[in-house]
Design a protein around this ligand. Structure first.
Ligand code: XLS
Ligand code: NI
Ligand code: NI
Length: 469
């Protein structure tokens, strides 16, 4: 994501909104053309404002769809972003983003709209940055008071609607003080500011019953090596994350702490490059067992990986935490944050998740934004309905493949030699290079080539994608 709006940046001129909604008028609804809750009508009913595949209570294996997927609406792109990009100003008519409004009055109205949307959509979870819900004030103390007030309002909405918090996070990248990083800043005073902000945001996340707390190192990296002490910055980040873990235990936060890898953007190089890099970092700074990862589809592809690869890597080393479901565009080399719409590629990732035993207390957050031409309030519904249906159908496909062992049994057979005498003796350390050399020289080892069957397996996947209902 890239948050281009905020209290310190100019937003767009006020526009008329067709619903007649005005900031401050809490009795009004913003999404007037949608009644909600969005019903499940199944794949054969061509009603755009209905789910074709997401049937929250449908049982898939040992859990309902809702329990498997734990889908969350992200606050920032859905309600804070005005449709601006680097070449142009906002295109969405969101009255609560009008800069002439009192910022707290606007924040209250925005939150009421956000919960109106999530309730009508039937989303079970939400996610936020501290500054999404409460605009930064001139002093830290005042900013905390604003956050406190907005958290209370969120709590009231959550108990009214039953919507839960998947994760909270602190925005350590929008304010100019963080231009050279937060924990990895050359100035320890900025580190201290980030620490203060994260401590408070973790407490608010705990108070709202958050299942996780996320740290995306937006500016924890560098723009140029010319002015950067890379080794020192790694130590600073290691220290910061150890302080985060200490604080988690001090305040009795029971959720998971998650790092969100991304290779670059807005920095030229982000230290949490990908899952494997994060794993090495956690080992180096004694954080294994304390921190897992929040894997974003779009960040995986920016790092040159398939999303399924990042899931499989995390699962292999016990780091699988949660997911940001937004995808990129094949032709665009940045984080476009689009809604997932490929069942085929998502099914392969969900298959890895099922094989790993599921996401546990993680879930699927839509860290997604509309295209800036999608200016009708209703577009936010179409986008989320499509994303939720894509995930639901991917779950069905992946679950069928998994329970049939369509891929896992092929893989198990492929490695079955390792269960035999030779394979076991190699892995238990009973063999040496020289010893194996002797076996080969004696002609006792003569491997027979075996087909990898890639095309046959691709056909099997396609069969499930096309036939599972
Ligand atoms: C940015 C990240 C961001 C995190 C939360 O690219 O995806 O949105 O998920 O700070
Ligand atoms: Ni992102
Ligand atoms: Ni993200």
């Amino acid at each position: 994501m890239s948050l281009r709006t905020g209290p310190w940046l100019p937003s767009t001129p006020r526009r008329r909104v067709s619903s007649g909604f005005t900031v401050g008028d809490m009795s009004d609804q913003f999404f007037t053309t949608v009644d909600g809750p969005i019903p499940y009508l199944g794949p054969d009913v061509p009603e755009p404002l209905a789910f074709k595949w997401y049937d929250a209570e449908r049982v898939v294996g040992d859990r309902t769809m809702a329990e498997h997927l734990r889908m969350a609406v992200c606050y920032w792109h859905s309600f804070n972003w005005d449709g601006s990009d680097v070449f142009g100003s906002g295109t969405f008519a969101r009255p609560w983003l009008d800069p002439s409004r009192d910022p707290m009055e606007a924040a209250r109205a925005k939150m009421d709209v956000a919960f109106e949307f999530m309730e009508k959509l039937g989303a079970p979870f939400w996610c936020f940055h501290d500054r999404d819900i409460a605009p930064e004030a001139t002093t830290f103390v005042e900013s905390c008071a604003r956050l406190e007030e907005m958290a209370e309002r969120a709590e009231a909405h959550m108990s009214r609607t039953g919507i839960r918090l998947l994760w909270g996070t602190a925005n350590l990248f929008s304010h100019p003080r963080y231009m050279a990083g937060a924990a990895t800043n050359p100035d320890p005073e900025v580190f201290a500011h980030a620490a203060a902000q994260v401590a408070r945001c973790m407490e608010v996340t705990r108070d709202l019953g958050g299942a996780n707390y996320v740290l995306w190192g937006g500016r924890e990296g560098y723009d140029t090596l010319l002015n950067t002490d890379l080794a020192r910055e790694a130590d600073q980040m290691g220290r910061f994350l150890n302080m985060v873990v200490e604080h988690k235990h001090d305040i009795g936060f029971e959720g998971q702490i998650l790092l969100e890898p991304k290779p670059q953007e807005p920095t030229k190089h982000q230290y949490d490059h990908d899952v494997a890099t994060v794993h090495a970092f956690l080992q180096r700074y004694g954080l294994e067992g304390e921190i897992k990862v929040n894997i974003e589809v779009n960040h995986a592809t920016l790092a040159g990986h398939d999303f399924a690869h990042e899931i499989a890597t995390a699962a292999a080393v016990g780091l699988l935490g949660s997911v940001d479901a937004n995808r990129g565009d094949d032709r665009l080399g940045w984080d476009t944050d689009q809604f997932p719409n490929s069942v085929e590629s998502m099914s392969l990732a969900v298959h890895e998740i099922l094989a790993a035993g599921g996401l546990g207390s993680g879930g699927f957050n839509f860290d997604t934004k509309l295209r800036r031409q999608s200016i009708d309030p209703e577009d936010l519904f179409h986008a989320h309905i499509g994303g939720m249906d894509t995930l639901a159908r991917s779950l069905l496909v992946a679950h069928a493949m998994y329970t049939d062992g369509a891929l896992t049994e092929v893989v198990a057979r492929r490695y079955s030699g390792w269960e035999g005498e030779l394979g076991r003796s190699i892995m238990t350390g009973d063999r040496t290079l020289a010893g194996l050399g002797e076996l080969v020289a004696n002609g006792r080892i003569d491997p027979t080539p075996v087909s990898g069957r890639q095309e046959a397996l691709e056909n099997i996947v396609n069969h499930y994608v096309q036939t599972v209902r």
